[in-house]
Design a protein around this ligand. Sequence first.
Ligand code: NZQ
Ligand code: ZN
Length: 388
Amino acid sequence: MNNFSYYNPTRILFGKDAIAKISRYIPKDAKVLMLYGGGSIKRTGIYEQVKQALDGFTVLEFAGIEPNPDYATLMKAVQIVRDEKVDFLLAVGGGSVIDGTKFIALAAAFDQGEAWDIIKTDAARELTQAVPFGTVLTIPGTGSEMNYNLVISRRETGEKLSIKHEAIFPRFSALDPQVSYSLSAKQIRNGLVDAFMHVMEQYITYPIGAVVQDRLSESLMQSLIEVAPRAMRMDPPDYTARANFMWAAAMGLNTLVGRGVPQDWTTHMIGHELTALYGLAHAESLATVVPWLLWYKREQKGDKIVQLGMRVFGLISDDREALIEATIDALAAWFNSLGMPTTLTAYGIDPDEAAEAVAKRFDDRGWALGENADIHGSDAAAILRLSR
Ligand code: NZQ
Ligand code: ZN
């Protein structure tokens, strides 16, 4: 096991009354900016619940943070934070609103030039502080509610990029599984796949004797597979299944299972490009990549693929090659059972064209991804060409 440091200061308020409790964790004299997306929270009643919880606080609002939050939108909120001297942010939404809020929290404290430099250069390292914020999660999946990552897009240039920064852990996150009742089956499916993929990308590399991390990862993946059919139920929704899904998603990317182990975020990095280029939803993009990545890297990742097959999918075989193939098939079959396609062609995207476009972007940035830093543009292209 590699050396590691683990830090996670986010308070989790979990359960049916979580939203009502948030006011305890916001400074009483704070000027609060509540940030949300395109309005789903008004239809679902979450907006009212949050407003009630904030009774007595000075609250401003910023609406319209879009899925795959856009830099230009976020900069408008940064201006409000500065002009109004806001001192606490409250994100009410999914990964997009939370990531957008994380960026706003950093950008409002950044005065060294264009805020995009926080993403594109090492400028974020200079920042030691961000505006404090909490979150009310409305869609489980990304894990953003309990981590220090953000992913934002810039429509103007067709980019989608991520950073990590310790100043952007939420102070608290309210996780009420009931907020998921208004999600469609497709949204639940996307969240299940995204959460599963976060665990996979911290797991499917090579064995390093990290028994605790491996068993935790396997238990999270098994939990997601176990609760998925009930979590997908709509009428009536199953509280217990949604609660387990919500908690597994937060645990999946609070970075615990990834401490001290090699990681491979290639699927996410290729997926981000597919979202930027073709508008695929985040989880959809991942499912079109991962089976093909595993196949392409089956020799290097073989030991962990076999371990995944045996421990998570319950497969048995003395034939290692057959087991590797069966594991990749089982993963794709699980995605398909949720109604999630695993090829680019299912979306009418030409794999050869996507391969060329993504390879160029990887090469332009000089990226070498994977646990051995050996996935370059040409490898990303080879993976995408298989996705048919
Ligand atoms: O905008 P509104 O009207 O609120 O509608 C949203 C949005 O259209 C809707 N929605 C949210 N809660 C709802 C609801 N609809 C009905 N009922 C509710 N309770 O759902 C739509 C999608 O929301 P979004 O926040 O975009 O979804 P998600 O949570 O999947 O977030 C995706 C973003 O997170 C990033 C992705 O790249 C993407 O930009 N990720 C962030 C990560 C992180 N910070 O650690 C890791 C992930 O790998 C991921 O990359
Ligand atoms: Zn993800």
